[in-house]
Design a protein around this ligand. Sequence first.
Ligand code: HXC
Length: 257
Amino acid sequence: AAYETILVETRGKVGLITLNRPKALNALNSQLVAEINLALDGFERDRGIGCMVITGSERAFAAGADIMEMKDKAYPETYLEDFITAWDRVAQRRKPIIAAVAGFALGGGCELAMMCDFILAADTAKFGQPEIKLGVMPGAGGTQRLTRFVGKSKAMEMCLTGRMMDAAEAERVGLVSRVIPAADLVDEALKVAAQIADMSMPSVMMTKESVNRAYETTLAEGVRFERRVFHAMFSMADQKEGMAAFADKRPAKFSNS
Ligand code: HXC
């Protein structure tokens, strides 16, 4: 496919998507979101890909949904075209996706990062939900996901004032898994992704599915789900290989079966 708003590459078993609308600080218009989904569709179909990375530029991961594109929309149109719903497909992917965030991750940019499985942040990263300043509020899961990441008090403050959080604060409160010097961000994200892609793919995907259960159900149900999946893993060649390799003191070689 010919992409206009993103760059799409494969690095070994890793799919890399780079948001690429530099003049608008990677503002997320409908074309860009459609292209992300197209690229993710391709990576999910590709048996050779085990993990994806979404990144932006040094200046901005993404400065939000494209304000120019949405400013004149009327309510019936937003409803009829199911405005924003296409974004949800990023959160429903089965293979893991890492967000590598440098610079601004604002509004829909912060929401897109939170739809990924974890966020690696450059020391330059700034996270915020400034929609309130535009007379609206987060519309791609921000009021829900940010609250689950950082708790009510901080999420409420950020959504009501639009205050930005820097990388250190984002790490302290658990929004990001790690902070990395900006110059190393993408290399480190690709390294982590390659590590994941070398694991047993079924185990990786079942692990992602199980961790995500923690957000959707009670503890008892979540633990029961985990136990079923864990037991099922003993039907896989990769379980035999992984544990035999440990016993033989050699690296495991997984066959994704
Ligand atoms: C469209 C945007 C944009 C956006 C920046 N630009 N953000 N265009 N939509 N969200 C454009 C600017 O208009 C400008 O274009 C160029 O990018 C550079 O931006 P500047 O403002 O000149 O840069 P700077 O002074 O460095 O300020 C950076 C910034 C500021 C603090 C990030 O751009 C900003 O506040 N942007 C908007 C952030 C925001 O409100 N995001 C939430 C959007 S609503 P020109 O042509 O002038 O050079 C949202 C809703 C989500 O995300 C709900 C559903 C998804």
